[in-house]
Write a protein that binds this ligand. Structure first.
Ligand code: LLP
Length: 471
């Protein structure tokens, strides 16, 4: 894997070395490539620092807005989104798979903000939902129900009824009991519903244990033989059109191999099912398409498409995709302010910032790596040639009363001062959507940047929000 910096030769920055040997100010030249909208290599827009979030001489910019100005205007912590990045990423998926004209259903669990959903819907996206709450969100965002698919192992009768009444495209059913329930509820409502069976193909996607979903010991999907029998016995479900299969292998997946293995299993399974006279019209490959969190080059939607498109064409199915992280992950940052610097035992340095695990849970829950860098000063040597000898190892932590409230341990960062602003990159997916009010903390606002304009797409919570509904 190569480091992004090789792809950024046009980011000229001259480094001034101060008399004590530490780098002084950087002059980062503005180039068309460094500005939003410029065409350049695939990678530079895939990493956390990309054409939409870019360091310039006066700090980090999101498209045409200086991030520090947004932090002053809206306070910290604050999530900042780039509309350009969001649209570009949806477009990459659409382009990569264009040969099959897939139904792309953005997985809204990654980030369900109404404004983001509206933008994606306007660009033709459908949606993958997993609850009545997510159905409410997509309908409120103006989504076309005919482009909505609904997965999840525990849909309640109320949720199933609501989805039938909304006229969604398809249920992804995860057990025989759920299939019976959907058939019964559809009958009661006088409806006929489209169903795909979510399969458990027993494929190891080699991702974090907590986001592994296709191995046989997980709760997801139906074992292949049992699914085969459900297709063969489809006549027992008169209110259901059982006509698709669904897979979701895990998240994130950094190689195409698991998709290849799962599709090889489908090349056996789908013809076997068809021999029973069943129709398999749709093949939903789920999500899991990776992003770069640390600047290293990762595979792109085109690499996944190279494996998926020919196999699905061979099976003569309509392709459905459910990307979440790929679309929104590197389209946002979380900005925090350094509250205090503190030294612990044996010189351990803590940078205590005003964002915490309640705002972005991934590092605490999965030991996930997020690139962190000050908004101002020299850009990171991970992305730009430059010396790292001015860096110090610190732990970046939040104010929550848990020792897991750590964004980064032993992370090399430039000298920081209390009051400095930090960007936590790649925060768009599973950031705000997994946030909470733990420790009585108010969820941060979300600000969307488009060109040189910005608007609040979710307000900062208030103390009143914390107790709403309590008696
Ligand atoms: N489809 C289904 C059925 C899913 O369960 C998921 C994610 C997706 C699609 C979207 O996967 P993506 O394209 O975003 O990889 N909280 C974890 C990720 C959990 C993913 C759960 N399912 C994280 O922060 O890494």
């Amino acid at each position: 894997m190569s480091i992004l910096r090789a792809d950024l030769p046009r980011w000229r920055h001259s480094k001034r070395i101060d008399s004590d040997g530490t780098p002084g100010s950087y002059e980062v030249a503005d180039t068309p490539e460094g500005r939003f909208g410029g065409e350049s290599s695939e990678y530079r827009r895939l990493g956390p620092v990309n054409g939409f979030f870019a360091h310039r001489s006066d700090g980090l910019w999101c498209e045409g807005v200086r991030v520090a100005d947004l932090a002053s205007a809206h306070g910290t912590p604050v999530y900042i989104y780039s509309q350009g990045a969001l649209e570009w990423r949806l477009n990459r998926i659409q382009k990569a798979f264009a040969g099959l004209q897939p139904l792309v259903c953005y997985s809204i669990k990654a980030n369900g903000n109404l404004s983001l959903l509206r933008i994606l819907a306007e660009h033709g996206s459908g949606f993958d939902i997993v609850s009545g709450g997510e159905l409410y969100r997509v309908l409120k965002a103006g989504a076309d129900p005919d482009k909505v698919v609904y997965a999840g192992v525990g849909k309640s009768a109320k949720e199933i009824r609501e989805a039938i009444q909304a006229g969604i495209f398809q249920f992804n059913v995860e057990s025989p009991s759920e299939l019976k329930a959907i058939d019964r509820l559809a009958g009661e409502l006088g409806a006929r519903v489209r169903v795909a069976l979510r399969l458990n193909p027993d494929v190891d996607a080699r991702t974090h244990a907590k986001t592994t979903t296709a191995k046989k010991e997980t709760k997801f999907g139906i074992p292949l033989d049992e699914a085969h029998d459900l297709f063969a016995g489809r006549g027992s479900f008169p209110n259901v059109d059982l006509n698709g299969v669904h897979l979701h292998l895990g998240s994130p997946i950094y190689t195409v191999e698991p998709y290849r293995v799962a599709l090889a299993k489908m090349a056996d399974f789908i013809p076997r099912v068809r021999q029973t006279g069943a129709v398999v019209e749709t093949l939903n490959m789920g999500g899991g398409y990776c992003i770069s969190y640390d600047g290293r080059e990762v595979i792109t939607p085109f690499d996944y498409a190279d494996v998926i498109v020919p196999a699905v064409r061979e099976l003569n199915c309509r392709l459905i995709l459910e990307p979440g992280r790929y679309i929104v992950g590197n389209a946002a940052i979380l900005v925090a302010r350094v509250l205090y610097l503190k030294e612990g035992w044996a010189g351990r340095r803590f940078v205590i910032c005003d964002a915490a695990m309640n705002d972005l849970l991934r590092p605490a829950l999965y030991e996930a790596y997020h690139h962190i860098w000050p908004l101002e000063g020299p850009p990171s040597p991970v992305f730009f040639q430059g010396s790292g000898n001015h860096l110090k190892k610190v732990d970046v932590v939040g104010p929550i009363c848990e020792s897991s409230d750590v964004f980064a341990r032993d992370r090399e960062l430039p000298s920081l001062e209390e009051g400095d602003l930090l960007a936590v990159f790649s925060a768009g997916a599973y950031g705000l959507s997994m946030s909470s009010n733990y420790n009585g903390r108010l969820r941060p606002p979300e600000v969307l940047v488009a060109g040189d304009e910005s608007r609040v797409i979710r307000k900062r919570e208030t103390y009143q929000d914390l107790v709403r509904g309590e008696v």
